[in-house]
Unconditional design. Structure first.
Length: 624
């Protein structure tokens, strides 16, 4: 890439970031204007940076220039024509509107293809075809009267029901500023603090390097909101360290992939999806963070437990304590870098809007990082943070735009109302069956697309069915969001595992299978959440919350033990089967099943302790 062309890309990215910083701090534009400007910047930056074959553009070319101009025209028509002349048109689409709508949809599909591949564009084109072919379909369930081109344009392009609906609205407001906050925070040096603190806490323990990977990935993943991005940043350090301490390349890559994936469900930032959940459920972002806290902690506890059991089984020790950073020294030297996160949480708690809180949190990053010269953000670092943030917005924007088209078509055709009842009938009225169908849909749709895209697709189609069956609306959204996240470590398309395998120099498919196994204990957490909604900390009494947490703690420990084949010592097959059965008992919340499940786990644990004590005393006698 030539210097002049790189400068052009930088200018566009900085302008995009500056637009979102300004509207977050000083007031956003009216809905269609805010979203159309966001869309134009996204289209322009994508076609400038990424070539048609998904590589990096080296120089401007005629085709991409034409696409950028077309994007400007289609977004300008929304910004000026539709926004200012809506009353004059009375909702009617002109010939110009029809052409601009077609052009914009084609550009969104091409943008998505360049950034994410063919999966989401094909799904989007399938739904567009469905909008027009409704009267000609064979199955009565799928038929509808069909959309005319004029009505299609009015609904999807000229209103806030289609392209410009909730996903793009959230992308153009809350998500944009929090992505910028994340990139500013990452460039302030907080990543080094997380890594050093994790080493100080867990580096010397059994399987220490792997536990460092889990803890640091939880912290960094919450900020980055990207499983693959988290693998690349923290994995570059943790994977070589795990290999040096005796972990195989496959296991080292799998642990990093599994830990990095969970960062997206760890408050307080959680990537883009938390804001979309808040908007779709109609609650504050802070409540979403509170609701996701316990499930996120249990996910990482599951991973840590499996890492510990696996390390005990393989006899893998930690790093000598004297070679590791000191926790107090780390906190004293770099702990101030966490202050912007505290500022963000405080502003949200006292009632600031998410956009305003995000803006002042960015300002706090710049000011607080200036405390020491080593972390001070000069103009070069600030520009880099703005560019990184603008680039990170692109994948979220294209996923949201395609999801908006799909949401609009589901609403326009009436399929959005019929689908929940069809799914309930398909599950024969059984909530467990419906939950399994929802889980499979999340995992399948999440293969090869971003978490945001997978979550949005399933949230629109399946959460209404879960709500119809009596699941709390917020819990239903967290359930599908959780499985959209873990789809990145589920074979055959497990992008986070493949990225980790590249760093670890391990077999990609074996790494994917191992990562799936390492994260499998966490797959049970959303089911517990549905049957024990008090885990969200928003419902039930304190006693019910504590009881639910204790029960789930025993259950996920049992799952982790059964999967690795180790508890206090190596488990035999009968013990593993008993533990698996106990977990199934604990999922269903009745007193009898709870008591039965807990008794099984306690009996197996006591039997393990007894065998270990006998083995220890036998070895001591033989030594004498």
């Amino acid at each position: 890439m030539s210097k002049k062309y790189a400068l052009l890309c930088t200018i566009v990215a900085v302008l995009m970031a500056a637009f979102h910083l300004y509207t977050s701090g000083f007031g956003r534009f009216p809905a269609l204007q805010q979203r159309s400007i966001h869309m134009f910047f996204g289209l322009a930056l994508t076609f400038l940076i990424y070539s048609w074959n998904r590589g990096e553009n080296k120089k401007i070319n005629f085709i991409d220039t034409l696409l950028i101009i077309a994007g400007m025209a289609s977004c300008a028509n929304v910004f000026w024509g539709i926004h200012y002349h809506a009353y004059e048109r009375a909702g009617a689409a002109t010939t110009l509107d029809i052409w601009m709508c077609v052009i914009l949809i084609v550009l969104i599909i091409e943008m998505t293809r360049r950034l994410m591949g063919w999966i989401l564009p094909i799904i989007t084109m399938f739904f567009i075809a469905y909008a027009f072919l409704g009267p000609y379909l064979y199955f009565d369930f799928l038929t509808h009267r069909g959309a005319t081109l004029n009505y299609f344009v009015q609904y999807l392009y000229m209103s806030t029901n289609g392209i410009w609906t909730t996903p793009v609205a959230v992308s153009a407001t809350f998500v944009a500023i929090f992505i910028l906050f994340a990139t500013f925070l990452a460039n302030s040096g907080v990543g080094d603090f997380f890594m050093n603190a994790a080493q100080a806490i867990a580096g010397h323990k059994t399987g220490g390097p792997a536990k460092v990977a889990v803890i640091s990935s939880a912290a960094m993943g919450s900020i980055s909101g990207s499983a693959v991005g988290n693998v690349v940043t923290t994995g570059a350090f943790t994977i070589p360290l795990m290999k040096r301490m005796g972990f195989s390349p496959v296991l080292a890559g799998a642990i990093e992939a599994t830990a990095s994936t969970g960062g997206q469900i760890m408050p307080p930032i959680m990537g883009a999806s938390a804001f979309i959940i808040a908007d779709m459920v109609g609650i504050s972002y802070l409540k979403v963070c509170v609701a996701c806290l316990v499930p996120a902690l249990f996910y990482f506890y599951c991973v840590l437990a499996q890492v510990h059991f696996e390390s005990e089984l393989l006899g893998l020790k930690g790093v000598p304590k004297e070679t590791l950073p000191r926790l107090w020294e780390t906190v004293k030297n770099s702990g101030y870098l966490l202050s912007p996160i505290i500022v963000l949480i405080y502003l949200l708690a006292v009632g600031y809007t998410a956009m305003k809180a995000g803006f002042w949190a960015v300002v706090a990053v710049v000011l607080i990082s200036s405390i020491k010269k080593s972390t001070r953000m000069n103009s070069k670092v600030i520009v880099k943070s703005m560019v990184d943030g603008a680039k990170a917005m692109l994948v979220v924007l294209c996923a949201c735009a395609c999801s908006g088209i799909i949401i609009g078509i589901l609403t326009m055709t009436g399929m959005g109302l019929k689908l929940p009842f069809f799914l309930v009938d398909m599950s024969n009225g059984s909530l467990p069956v419906l939950l399994i169908l929802a889980m499979l849909a999340c995992i399948v749709l999440g293969m090869g697309v971003t978490t945001v895209a997978a979550y949005l697709l399933v949230a629109v189609m399946i959460t209404p069915a879960l709500v119809t069956m009596g699941v709390d609306l917020l819990v239903a959204h967290i359930f599908v969001f959780y499985f959209a996240v873990v789809s990145t470590i589920t074979p055959p398309v497990c992008l986070a595992a493949y990225a980790a395998a590249g760093i670890a120099d391990g077999d990609p498919f074996k790494t994917g299978i191992t990562a799936w196994r390492m994260g499998l204990a966490g797959f049970f957490v959303p089911f517990f959440l549905v049957f024990r909604p008090e885990l969200t900390l928003l419902t039930g009494s304190y006693w019910e919350m504590i009881l639910a947490i204790v029960i789930v703690f025993f259950a996920v420990t049992a799952v982790a033990s059964a999967l690795t084949g180790y508890m206090l010592q190596k488990l035999n097959m009968l013990e593993r089967v008993l533990l698996a059965g106990a977990v199934i008992c604990l999922i269903w919340p009745t007193y009898i099943m709870d008591i039965l499940g807990l008794v099984i786990i306690i009996v197996v644990s006591l039997y393990q302790a007894l065998k270990k004590a006998k083995k220890k005393s036998g070895s001591e006698l033989s030594a004498v």
